[in-house]
Ligand binder design. Structure first.
Ligand SMILES: Cc1cc2nc3c(=O)[nH]c(=O)nc-3n(C[C@H](O)[C@H](O)[C@H](O)COP(=O)(O)OP(=O)(O)OC[C@H]3O[C@@H](n4cnc5c(N)ncnc54)[C@H](O)[C@@H]3O)c2cc1C
Length: 320
């Protein structure tokens, strides 16, 4: 089994994630997207803006143009969860062919907790040191004893494909795992989530570091629209429509009109006299004097025109 390579991210006590190779990055996403949108489309002319648009609208195939190949070493019980992600290409260390190594996962005491009463798939709370010690002792006892038996049977010439079955699932395995960015982000969204088991989360977080480096715009868009974005169900929207006072929605719409005007002006500066009409065209309803006051305050934030218009549409639908 491979010891932790220098360029790898250490995970758990003996595991790691190492980016072996990658193909493409933000540029590959943009390149693929332009095949569908055309090179000269002015509204999506900025690479970052285009990537954000694609992520927002779940136009996912351009993200499949970026590939990642990782070398990973993890306990078998982590690999069992990992392997459920079917879109990856995997090549795993064979215990039919090679001998098992004496490498078992022993949890750090701070991760030894009680079964959570709230989350049936989780752990919570602190336990007495005596109990922690017992857990570690049991982990070690079963690992060492089973490995002694495995070695004895192996030396007696028994088939490795059979005798491996007496080894527990905290034994380390390793594999090459290749996936594209779209499916890798799907993996990360599920496995870096707080509901995922700690032991797989550390591997997912390690792979996320590579994504951040290889495709920083895509990673930023993923954070903004997937991780920290929010979607409302029909029931939730209907509650908002009923309970949100129209004047609150109107206030936000006003802010949006200012932001769109400021962003348009920032992208392509307008004559001073054209600013108020431009703001009115965006749905702004302040008087010209109020507009000037606010405009000169320097408090208007810039955004992305397309995104702000999409937001405006959502807000207007809440008023129906
Ligand atoms: C917190 C958590 C708890 C879980 N608990 C359990 C559990 O108790 N028991 C259990 O069995 N599993 C459990 N899982 C695993 C889970 O049900 C999924 O199998 C796993 O997360 C892989 O998700 P996926 O199918 O979306 O991913 P992938 O297999 O990577 O697929 C990616 C996407 O491709 C598409 N796709 C891939 N293959 C097919 C196909 N054959 N048909 C249709 N569409 C396909 C789907 O859109 C899918 O979302 C759990 C996962 C998490 C994150």
């Amino acid at each position: 089994m491979t010891q932790i390579p220098e360029d790898a991210i250490k995970c758990l006590d003996k595991g790691f994630v190492r980016l072996v190779d990658s193909m493409g990055g933000d540029d590959a996403i943009v390149q693929a997207a332009r095949v569908s949108y055309g090179k000269g489309t002015s509204k999506v002319s900025q690479d970052r803006g285009l990537i954000r648009y694609l992520m927002r609208h779940r136009h996912t195939t351009p993200f499949e143009m970026v590939e990642f190949k990782f070398h990973c070493k993890m306990p078998i019980f982590v690999a069992r969860q990992w392997v459920r992600h079917r879109t990856a290409n995997i090549n795993e260390y064979s215990l039919r062919y090679s001998e098992a190594r004496d490498e078992f996962y022993y949890p750090d005491p701070k991760h030894i907790q009680l079964q959570s009463a709230l989350n049936k798939q989780g752990r919570a709370g602190k336990i007495p040191k005596k109990l922690t010690d017992k857990v570690i002792q049991y982990f070690k006892e079963i690992s060492e004893r089973s490995f002694e038996m495995y070695q004895e049977l192996n030396e007696a010439g028994l088939a490795r494909e059979l005798i491996r079955a007496i080894l527990p699932v905290n034994l380390y395995t390793e594999w090459y795992w290749k996936n594209d960015l779209h499916n890798l982000l799907h993996f990360i969204s599920l496995r870096s989530d707080s509901h995922a088991q700690y032991e797989i989360r550390v591997f997912s977080d390690a792979m996320a570091e590579s994504v951040q480096k290889v495709a920083p715009f895509a990673w930023e868009a993923y954070q903004d629209y997937v991780v920290q974005g929010m979607r409302f169900s029909r029931i939730e929207q209907s509650l908002l429509e009923k309970q949100l006072p129209p004047r609150v929605v109107d206030d936000i719409l006003e802010d949006v009109a200012y932001q769109i005007t400021a962003t348009l002006h920032n992208n392509k500066p307008r004559e001073e006299t054209n600013l108020y009409p431009l703001y009115q065209k965006q749905g702004g309803s302040d008087s010209e004097d109020d507009f000037k006051l606010k405009w000169d305050s320097g408090e208007i934030e810039l955004g992305n025109v397309r995104e702000l218009r999409e937001f405006k549409g959502k807000l207007e639908s809440l008023k129906k």
